[in-house]
Design a protein around this ligand. Sequence first.
Ligand SMILES: Nc1ncnc2c1ncn2[C@@H]1O[C@H](COP(=O)(O)OP(=O)(O)OP(=O)(O)O)[C@@H](O)[C@H]1O
Length: 251
Amino acid sequence: MTAERVYGDAGPGLGGSILSVRDLHAYVGQSHILQGVSFATRPAQVTAILGRNGVGKTSTLRSVLGLMNHTGVIEFDGRQISSLETHEIIRLGLAYVPEDRDVFHGLTVAENLRLAERRGLAPDYDRVFELFPELRNRRGQRAGTMSGGQQQMLSLARALLHDNRLMLVDEPTKGLAPRLVSEFVATLEQITAHTSVLLVEQNLAVARRLADHVIVLSEGRVVLDGAAEDVLADDSSIRRLLGVAADHEEG
Ligand SMILES: Nc1ncnc2c1ncn2[C@@H]1O[C@H](COP(=O)(O)OP(=O)(O)OP(=O)(O)O)[C@@H](O)[C@H]1O
């Protein structure tokens, strides 16, 4: 199944793309969650996956990471990774920032960061503290006592300790107060300036600010795929598929 509308040249299997997904099917028990998802990220760009609740956005990220039962072809840097274990996939240079913020509440900021260090690689604490100066000041604080926004920063910081070819980031602004969303997006903009990102995002204003390329999922399938400015300008499709107007600004 191909997208119902493809804008420009964003078809699956695009030459030079870091991640290419073809005919991805994923299952939870008897439920057929992803029903032939195909797309390719573009080099050095932010690809946003949009869609209503439950359409399979998180399942797409989890399948790429080998965390979900799936079939199909997933290529990372030209290498087929569908049959690899998650730890092998991560080691190829893929970072995951999950929706539920993978911080250890009982551990301090410094301990959370130390646990994210990868064996044999030098962690880049300078980069992390430059992006998140507040975390330097809170090194001794238990993560569970920090605000949602601060925990989200820590979750991102854990992924940024090492260089990655691609970051998979799931709804980073979810649950953040509107005032914090804008601040957080500014930090994400700095990160996306030099790292390719596959971003799941429900907030259209955030997608508009960060995404170069957009795919829209509906019922486990890609239904729109193209340059962000083209896809997000298609008001009737956005209204139908996301339930909001394309010019709706939130947060
Ligand atoms: N572990 C699971 N057990 C049962 N159902 C699941 C599981 N994981 C996903 N699903 C179902 O698969 C469908 C897709 O879920 P997924 O989380 O991928 O959607 P989503 O687009 O990310 O939604 P949301 O925006 O709500 O996070 C949903 O109907 C969800 O209930």
